[in-house]
Design a protein around this ligand. Structure first.
Ligand code: ZN
Ligand code: ZN
Length: 346
């Protein structure tokens, strides 16, 4: 065991504070990662506040991890000391079910092992990236291409893959009209990725406050959902809408924006169940779907894609002492567009 510094929530809703945690010894197939940067994802806040059900405390959040390999186990073949690497939302899965075999580890039939607020195969709680080091199996470790700076790469490990996977699955590309609903940490990555895939990109945001940013990041059109005219103008025009919104939505009015065979895909989810008039999907043979992060191979593909197209996330770099303030700002949508912790300050 190695004792390392971390920022942890000691209990639900308690402010995060500096502490130390134990990392497991480097096993045969493990890499020890010297964490350089950790992104703050909205789901860190949900879990630290126990908004998604019972959680494990103390909790060290963080599943957008970028760093450098400091040590490798004797069986490791994929990485060497000094390699630039990342860790996303999961650190293990059963590796045997149909989903794991198909590279869909995020949908592991036995449940994947989350990077934090989970129980590892050793029976111990997992602790995330708000820390100086982490030990991860090489099969759940990603390579960060040289063209990507580690700070802007960190948020790709959750926000990036959460948007890349559905955009690929529903064939966002040339000739497709794709809307990204919500222009936050997830949404801004959706705009960049959908644009790089060659789609015609529309942002649907509550207001036009971030319009300049949206157009700069690759959107072709930008509409305010607070304006009823938006729903008249865009009616029946879109192939795909990816919703990053976690507040309750009037789904029927968004489904009306789709063309025949269009799809509305949720990557954000409100805490309460939603209601829907099923005629909204019957007319026009529409799909209402959801999508969660991506598999390991697809996450690597996404990192390579972002490096090839020369972009990471738009970030605000903060010190560890600013984490609690950053949480408050995320909750009031006051971040452009992802906070990233410089873990040297822990
Ligand atoms: Zn996340
Ligand atoms: Zn599995």
């Amino acid at each position: 065991m190695t004792t390392v510094a971390a920022y942890a929530a000691p209990a639900a809703k308690a402010p995060l504070e500096r502490t130390t945690i134990e990392r497991r010894p480097v096993g045969e197939f493990d890499v020890l990662i010297d964490i350089k940067f950790a992104g703050i994802c909205h789901s860190d806040i949900h879990q630290a506040q126990e908004g998604w059900g019972e959680a494990i405390f103390p909790m060290v959040p963080g599943h957008e991890i970028a760093g450098v390999v400091a040590e490798v186990g004797p069986g490791v073949t994929k990485f060497s000391v000094g390699d630039r690497v990342g860790v996303g939302c999961m650190v293990d899965s059963c590796r045997e079910c149909d989903n794991c075999k198909a590279g869909l580890e995020q949908y592991c039939a036995k449940g994947n092992v989350p990077t934090y607020n989970g129980i590892g195969k050793d029976g111990e709680p997992t602790y995330g990236g708000y820390s100086t080091h982490v030990v991860v199996d090489e099969n759940y470790t990603l390579r960060i291409p040289d063209g990507l700076s580690l700070d802007v790469a960190a948020p790709l490990l959750c926000a990036g893959i959460t948007l890349y996977s559905p955009l690929r699955h529903w064939n966002a590309g040339p000739g497709k009209k794709v809307a990204i609903l919500g222009m936050g940490g997830l949404g801004h990555m959706g705009v960049k990725i959908a644009h790089a895939l060659g789609a015609e990109v529309t942002v649907l945001s509550q207001s036009l406050r971030k319009k300049d940013d949206g157009l700069k990041l690759g959107a072709d059109h930008y509409y305010a959902t607070s304006d009823p005219k938006t729903f008249e103008e865009l009616r029946g025009s879109l192939d795909l809408i990816v919703s990053t919104v976690s507040a309750p939505l009037g789904l029927d009015q968004y489904l009306a924006l789709l063309k025949t065979d269009g799809a509305f895909v949720n990557v954000g989810a409100p805490e309460e169940p939603v209601s829907l008039n099923l005629f909204s999907v019957i007319g026009g043979r529409k799909t209402l779907a959801g999508s969660g992060i991506g598999g390991i191979q697809e996450t690597q593909e996404m990192l390579d894609f972002c490096a090839e197209h020369g972009f990471g996330a738009e970030i605000e770099l903060i010190s560890a002492a600013e984490i609690n303030e950053a949480y408050e700002r995320v909750q009031s949508s006051d971040v452009r567009y992802r906070f990233v912790i410089d873990t040297a300050t822990i």
